[in-house]
Design a protein around this ligand. Structure first.
Ligand code: KG4
Ligand code: ZN
Length: 337
């Protein structure tokens, strides 16, 4: 067994600046600075995101080390998100990680953001933490991605299904934008949906072959439905906000779960996980729990701090790569989408 190595991890792919410290597969700290500046624009403004990352990165890393009770000289490696993401945002984390590792004379490990979301299930918080066994299926569902993956090992992932257009989180964010609920829309829709009737309105889901998804049609049908209703009742959104949120959430979550259920059955796996920002959705979490009980599958639902972008997931992915001796070259550029 290698000695319990200590890794500093950096995540800056979109609008969260995050740093974490892991010792082996155990999390010591996970600090996330979310950028509020984008709310007023209804979406992430890349230029503002990279500027905020520059302001946040040093204090966030400092706090992560302090909370972990780790001196920088105790670090064995620096892991960072290389991509995909916004180039200007990635650049901040990548440059920081490189100079930090170089100054300390320790290896660098590059991490793919999507792999990190999936591998977040292997982060251990204590001796009781239970992690998935291979093979297992993971629905990775975020603002940029929607994929059903079969994991055979930490780095062997087969795509069983994926969206052919928008990501589920993107559809949720657009629905929220249409209702003028602000950005990001997922948490607001989730909250308002709790007061609403999920069967109040019906939005058609497309018939897509196999285990693939499509979300652009749902968004359009939501838009046209509202346009027609607003013509008759100008305050339709204000009067039916909770029901609209509950109904659109139900449509999207049902679609996600139906394809997932089918993919898991076909794969023969007995363990199912969800990951990515949309896995914070309470309806999706409940639905997966029920599905697991129905089929006697063991389900893995991430803690909230590991759903949306965070550096702990980068740290765990970096840890497994470090164990393989898979280090990154100092000249490595970030990659965007
Ligand atoms: O993984 P993430 O933080 O960033 C990407 O890599 O995309 O995911 C962000 C997405 C956004 O679309 C956001 O609206 C969605 O996750 N989200 C949620 C919830 N919390 C965040 N969607 C539904 N329900 C939630 N509670
Ligand atoms: Zn993400």
């Amino acid at each position: 067994m290698p000695k319990n190595i200590t890794i500093l991890a950096i995540e800056s792919s979109c609008d969260d600046t995050s740093a974490a410290v892991l010792r082996g597969d155990r999390i010591l700290s996970n600090v996330i600075a979310s950028q509020k500046v984008h709310e007023q624009y209804g979406g992430v403004v890349p230029e503002l995101a990279s500027r905020a990352h520059q302001q946040n990165i040093v204090p966030v890393v400092d706090t992560a080390l302090k909370q972990a009770g780790i001196d920088r000289r105790e670090l064995d490696a620096v892991a960072f998100t290389r991509g995909p993401g916004l180039l200007g945002s990635l650049m901040v984390g990548v440059s920081f990680a490189k100079s930090f590792a170089q100054a300390l004379g320790i290896p660098l490990v590059e991490v793919n953001h999507l792999q990190a979301h999936v591998l977040s299930h292997f982060i251990k918080e204590n001796d009781e933490s239970v992690v998935p066994q291979f093979p297992f299926v993971c629905l990775l569902v975020s603002g940029g991605h929607t994929q059903i993956l079969l994991l055979r090992s930490h780095f062997e992932m087969e795509v069983l299904g994926e969206t052919i257009d928008d990501a589920a989180g993107e559809a949720i964010d657009k629905a929220a934008k249409i209702m003028d609920l602000g950005y990001p829309g997922g948490p607001v829709i989730d909250k308002l949906a709790r007061e609403g009737n999920p069967q109040a309105f019906h939005f058609a889901t497309p018939h897509i072959q196999g285990n693939d998804y499509s979300f652009s049609g749902i968004k359009t049908s939501f838009l046209y439905f509202l346009r027609d209703r607003l013509a008759e009742e100008p305050d339709f959104i204000g009067q039916h906000k909770a029901d609209l949120c509950a109904s659109i959430q139900e449509t999207i979550v049902d679609f996600l779960l139906k394809k997932l259920e089918n993919a898991v059955k076909e794969s023969g796996a007995r363990q199912v996980a969800i990951a990515g920002g949309v896995s914070a959705n309470s309806r999706l979490r409940e639905g997966l729990q029920k599905m697991g009980e129905k089929h006697h599958w063991q389900v893995f639902i991430p803690k909230m701090q590991f759903c949306t972008d965070n550096a702990a997931m980068v740290g765990i992915a970096g840890y497994f790569k470090y164990l393989k001796g898979d280090y990154a070259d100092i000249s490595l550029p970030p990659y965007a989408n």
